[in-house]
Design a protein around this ligand. Structure first.
Ligand code: VGL
Ligand code: ZN
Length: 198
């Protein structure tokens, strides 16, 4: 019955000045650092795309960032180039405490995006995180980080569906909020049994 904190994508590109800056993204660092001590395990996720990734608008001639396209696995939002492997934009925000137990990278397959820390956007390719948590006897998860309405929400929803007891600490998250995506994500998380803490 152990409890883990999952710190989602607190990377330079999602903070002010970054390629896909989330408003107030840097504000999550202090509350996240402050809560780490309370958990049996701390896991960080890191968005980690190869150059030319299929989720980048620049890989789709004629498309602009924040438009959508149809992939084999469904509708995909197209993003500005971000979190390219090994770049400063993909690095964790400098003041974030990164001395956690595990870093799980995601979005590294060229043809599939991965918002969730558990499954890629095809909903079936596993990152291995579930097995890690179960092997360590972790049953409760608290999520914080970026962005509330994409990577945090997708991770929370997968976790709840897998049977973990999931809390999202909203004060330690910030949203992109694209066409009502924040409200939709909050509603879906609530209906799937995710505890929303503010
Ligand atoms: C994210 C869009 C694209 C996120 C990652 O971390 O929420 N959003 N890649
Ligand atoms: Zn991404």
């Amino acid at each position: 019955m152990f409890q883990a904190l999952i710190v989602v994508d607190v990377q330079n590109d999602f903070c002010p000045g970054g390629a896909l800056a989330v408003p107030g993204g840097d504000k999550v660092v202090a509350p996240i650092n402050a809560m780490m001590d309370r958990f049996d395990a701390v896991i960080l996720t890191q968005d980690w795309h190869p150059a030319g990734h299929s989720s980048f608008a620049s890989s789709h001639p004629g498309k602009d960032p924040f438009e959508t396209t149809e992939m084999t696995y469904g509708t995909q939002v197209l993003w500005p180039d971000h979190c390219v492997q090994g770049t400063e934009g993909a690095a964790f925000r400098q003041d974030l405490h990164t001395d956690g137990d595990l870093i799980i990278r995601k979005g590294f397959r060229p043809g599939i995006d991965s918002y969730s820390g558990f499954f890629e956007n095809d909903q079936s390719t596993s990152t291995g995180l579930e097995g890690y948590l179960r092997s360590r006897g972790i049953t409760g998860l608290t999520l914080a980080g970026l962005a509330t309405d994409f990577c945090v929400a997708f991770t929370a929803l997968d976790a709840a569906r897998l049977g973990f007891d999931v809390t999202v600490d909203l004060a330690a998250c910030r949203a992109i909020d694209l066409n009502g995506s924040l409200q939709a994500a909050l509603k879906e998380m609530a209906s799937e049994g995710v505890n929303l803490q503010s």
